[in-house]
Design a protein around this ligand. Structure first.
Ligand code: IPM
Ligand code: MG
Length: 404
């Protein structure tokens, strides 16, 4: 069916409703709540939701590492782990909701969430074609900053990506218009406060960590309106941080620069709209050893959620290989959680143990198959490194290229 008047009229009405909702969201964003001061919260509730596919296996491992590192806090009543059931694809399809109402309520009762990957049905799959649980959680909890570190100390790569997490091509990704069956339109949204809050966070992070450069990545030469707003906001805010060098690149050339050994280690902090952040962080993670090695923090004013950067790998489960999944992505996320609540010493130690384990010693093979180690074995090896007295000196050896 081609486009007719009624189709255009329906789309126009649909767009009017979307715009009204976005205008309302924009107004709310202008009065952000004060961020939670974790020092004053007791007990700090960490909700654990295993998710689907390889999720429960790798999430369990991350939880055990966290429980070990926070054992004193748990004993003293300062931290409590809470099981969040019901974020499985079966339950979500049954409820025909990406995140069922009761599950969302339980999540909101926690301060922090450790979340395994969740499966999103593809167009044409059986059952209700529910939205991505990730997208819904990020939107419902207003987790506007998706922070994804990638580090390869040996190659002097130490990147932190600040991906805008609640707008761009994702916010209305399930609300596009198909007019007739030949004309499809999607919506990409950017708001000034939405751009500014993520950009400011990136600059503040750079200041706090004495990092001299922040790089914006857009495609503002082509996607002029939304990316244009982002880039303008970037340079306007950059002028308030004169001590930090700011520059911008287009997403296409940036994908090339990440694999350019002559340039890549000069980049430090990146800030970028949602879709580009999604794509570029998978590429970056591959340089670190694969998406299975990278974790991410989703930060908002009231809640924060920590997860792997990858999906639920249903193929691994189908082939009976889930127990061989690499838990490092979720354990990196656990390190980000520790950092977020101010346990910076423990977070740094865990990151170093992960570096030694996955990039330096590599005493066990991680293949995702029966010829390699299981997730539990990989974690046991990590735990052993974590408590070693020579952790710091081993890491220094690794970083400086000695001991190779
Ligand atoms: C990620 C994932 C998600 C995203 C999917 C599962 C919705 O790819 O966290 O990067 O695109 O954000
Ligand atoms: Mg992704």
């Amino acid at each position: 069916m081609s486009v007719n008047k009624a189709g255009i009229e329906n789309a126009r009405e649909h767009f009017a409703k979307l715009l009204a909702a976005q205008a309302e969201r924009l107004e709310k964003m202008k009065e952000p709540p004060a961020p939670v001061d974790y020092a004053g919260v007791r007990p700090l509730k960490i909700g654990v939701a295993g998710g689907d596919g390889i999720g429960p296996v790798i999430c369990d491992q991350a939880r055990s590492v966290l429980e070990f590192l926070l054992r004193d806090e748990v004993k003293g009543g300062g931290v409590e782990f809470v099981n969040i059931e019901g974020l499985t694809i079966e339950n979500r399809l049954r409820a025909a909701r990406a995140v069922p109402e009761d599950v969302l309520e339980k999540i909101k009762e926690c301060h922090l969430i450790l979340k395994g990957p969740t499966t999103t049905p593809r167009k044409g799959d059986a059952g209700p074609n529910i939205e991505s649980a990730n997208v819904v959680l990020r939107r419902e909890l207003d987790l506007f900053a998706n922070i994804r570190p990638v580090r390869v100390p040996e190659k002097e790569i130490d990147w932190v990506f600040f991906r805008e997490n609640t707008e761009g091509a994702y916010l209305l990704g399930s609300a596009g218009s198909l007019i007739g069956d030949e004309l499809a339109v999607d919506f990409t949204v950017a708001t000034l406060p939405g751009c500014e809050r993520i950009i400011r966070l990136a600059f503040d992070y750079a200041v706090k960590n004495s990092i001299g450069r922040v790089t914006a990545v857009t495609k503002a030469n082509v996607v002029k309106t939304t990316d244009g707003l982002f880039l303008d906001a970037f340079y306007r805010l950059a002028s308030g941080y004169p001590e930090i060098e700011s520059d911008d690149w287009y997403i296409d050339i940036m994908t090339a620069k990440l694999i350019d050994p002559a340039r890549r280690s000069q980049f430090k902090v990146f800030v970028l709209p949602n879709l580009y952040g999604d794509i570029l962080t998978d590429e970056a993670a591959q340089i670190q050893g694969g998406v299975g090695t990278a974790g991410s923090a989703n930060i908002g004013y009231r809640w924060a959620m920590f997860e792997a950067i990858h999906g639920s790998a249903p193929r691994m489960v189908k082939e009976g290989r889930d127990k061989y999944a690499d838990p490092f992505s979720m354990i990196r996320a656990a390190a980000l959680l520790l950092q977020h609540i101010g346990k910076t010493g423990k977070a740094a130690r865990l990151d170093k143990a992960l570096d030694i384990c996955g990039q330096f010693e590599r005493r066990i093979a991680v293949t995702g198959r029966p010829d390699g180690a299981t997730a539990a074995e990989i974690t046991a090896y990590l735990q052993e490194i974590l408590v070693r007295d020579d952790l710091e000196s081993r890491w220094e050896e690794f970083r400086s290229g000695r001991g190779r």
